[in-house]
Design a protein around this ligand. Structure first.
Ligand SMILES: Nc1ncnc2c1ncn2[C@@H]1O[C@H](COP(=O)(O)OP(=O)(O)OP(=O)(O)O)[C@@H](O)[C@H]1O
Length: 517
């Protein structure tokens, strides 16, 4: 008897389990579930809101567009009965699930703060339905939530653009002073060879900035933040700017001050930028010291912190300088510059990171020798060392040997030129930039500079005292450098090509530094 009861019990349990499995995986189950939910909703009074696709002027209603983006982002969009498969706008290989907004049978439910909200299409309108008794509690915050989610999605999928200010020619100014191109620089904050603690601090700082609209407004301050990136040429400042823009997903407005004709022109240029953008002025010290711009110091100060800088909020400003000691302290005061970031020359740990990324080496028998040379005070920029490695990537041992000789010859050059430069107050380094030849894969034999095999030609120059003399005496030699720098930068797709710049021997230690005021 007990045995029979047990068997019946087991059979009943198995049958229930089988029925529930069948129901949950078939359309019968789906239908029952839906009808049950509809029945439940019948006992409530509902409020309806229509969101038309077009406004009275027959322009697209932005709320409609936002809601469609929002609904497409919900995980339950995949379960909807009416979904189209479409290729991505910017990435043709991508396939997106997009709800079919033309289908009048479309209906969709969402859950917010424990309440169910329904959406359906009706003759060029979206209809929002919610329980009447819940509307006061959730309507406005739900719509705000839709707005925030959509904003975030649009920001993430937005193409980043690089804007460059054009020459001030009234006949060409129909489209304003900016021309733009898509910005596809491969650098990110993570690919920068910098202390990882510093990179994390920068990421947290930028993240906090993005979320601080209310905070800034409560303080009565403009929602903007300014950064100073300082360090020798080739230490990664421009690449870091690219990483920052990608992190923030902001467009870059790269201001070439030599094309700005007056203080008021600079204001006009700033007025023509949009919110959520990054305003970049590279080599600010060069413009100020060489007076190679028509903008004077007060114009720069107003641009950084004046009333005009409050136009187009949610903005990040980035300035780069080679040597911040050469910059007027009023430019650097808190408010004008909020965060200072030092980009050091290469030290041994940075060299190891470069060897790992460029040559795939974690260890090598020559590493102790490299460390020794660094301990003598020798240093090169990451750009210089990186270039030697790229040039010799087929033979890691040769690459390291060449790094060692470049470091050694650089130390020798320093000894000669420091005393010379004191006498004549000439810039210490000729340039940190390196010829494009190696990077483009031109065999070293073809370069014909007679230097050590495998050294990119610029480094062959920079290692000799003769080169320093040439740099003092000959303008045309500098011109050659300029074209090399330009080619090098064009090859790497950097933000812009620059003219020859002065660089100074500084006593900055190679610590990474970030100070937040
Ligand atoms: N710290 C670094 N991390 C990663 N890459 C670097 C770093 N420093 C230099 N590089 C590489 O060297 C090249 C030149 O760097 P970048 O132009 O960013 O330097 P920079 O400091 O802006 O120089 P400049 O002041 O001359 O413009 C780039 O290809 C970049 O990838």
């Amino acid at each position: 008897m007990i045995f029979t009861t047990l068997v019946v019990f087991v059979i009943v349990i198995i049958s229930f389990w089988l029925i529930s499995r069948v129901l949950s995986t078939t359309s019968i189950g789906h239908m029952l579930q839906k009808n049950w939910r509809d029945l439940e909703e019948c006992f409530h009074r509902h409020q309806f809101y229509k969101i038309p696709k077009f406004n009275q002027q027959m322009q697209e209603n932005q709320v409609y567009r936002k809601v469609i983006t929002y609904l497409n982002s919900l995980p339950s969009a995949e379960d909807s009965d009416f979904v189209n498969l479409l290729s991505g706008n910017n990435k043709p290989n991508e396939i997106n699930l997009v709800i079919d907004s033309t289908n009048q049978q479309f209906s969709f439910s969402d859950t917010y703060l424990g309440s169910r909200i329904f959406w359906k299409f009706e003759h060029n309108c979206l209809v929002l339905k919610m329980r009447r008794k819940e509307k006061r509690r959730i309507l406005s915050s739900y719509l705000q939530h839709v707005h925030n989610v959509t904003d975030e999605i649009e920001q993430k999928s937005k193409e980043i653009r690089l804007y460059i200010n054009a020459v001030n020619e009234p006949e060409k100014m129909n489209n304003g002073r900016w021309i733009s191109v898509p910005f596809n620089h491969p650098a990110t904050i993570d690919t920068s060879i910098l202390d990882s603690d510093l990179k994390n601090k920068m990421k947290s700082d930028l993240e906090a900035f993005l979320k601080s609209e209310n905070y800034y407004h409560r303080l009565g301050r403009v929602w903007k933040r300014s950064y100073l990136l300082y360090g020798h040429s080739g230490t990664g400042k421009s690449s870091f700017i690219a990483g920052m823009a990608k992190f923030l997903r902001y467009d870059i407005y790269d201001i070439d001050l030599s094309k700005v004709v007056s203080d008021s022109d600079l204001k006009l240029i700033l007025l023509q930028t949009t919110r959520r953008s990054m305003i970049v002025v590279e080599d600010l010290d060069r413009y100020l010291n060489e007076k190679s711009t028509a903008v004077n110091l007060s114009g720069i100060l107003n641009f950084m912190d004046g009333i005009i800088s409050s136009c187009g909020e949610e903005r990040v400003m980035v300035f780069t300088v080679s040597n911040k000691e050469q910059v007027d302290p009023t430019v650097l005061r808190p408010g004008r510059i909020d965060v200072h970031v030092h980009f050091p020359l290469c030290d041994f740990p940075a060299f190891k990171t470069l060897a790992n990324s460029h040559l795939g080496l974690k260890e090598h028998k020559l590493f102790p020798q490299v460390e020794e040379v660094f301990q003598t005070g020798a240093s090169l920029s990451p750009a210089e060392i990186g270039e030697i490695m790229i040039f010799n990537r087929g033979s890691p041992t040769r690459a390291i040997k060449n790094v060692i000789s470049a470091l050694k010859s650089n130390t020798d050059t320093k000894v000669v030129t420091v005393s010379e430069s004191k006498k004549e107050e000439q810039p210490f380094r000729l340039t940190h930039s390196i010829s494009v030849g190696g990077a483009l894969g031109v065999p070293s034999g073809l370069l014909g500079h007679g230097g050590p095999v495998g050294l990119p030609p610029r480094l062959m120059h920079s290692g000799s005292a003769r080169t320093v003399e040439e740099s003092r005496g000959s303008r045309s030699f500098r011109g050659d450098n300029v074209s090399n720098v330009k080619e090098f930068k064009r090859f790497y797709g950097l933000l812009k090509t620059k003219n020859h710049k002065k660089e100074f021997v500084d006593k900055e230690d190679s610590r990474h530094e970030v100070s937040v005021f």
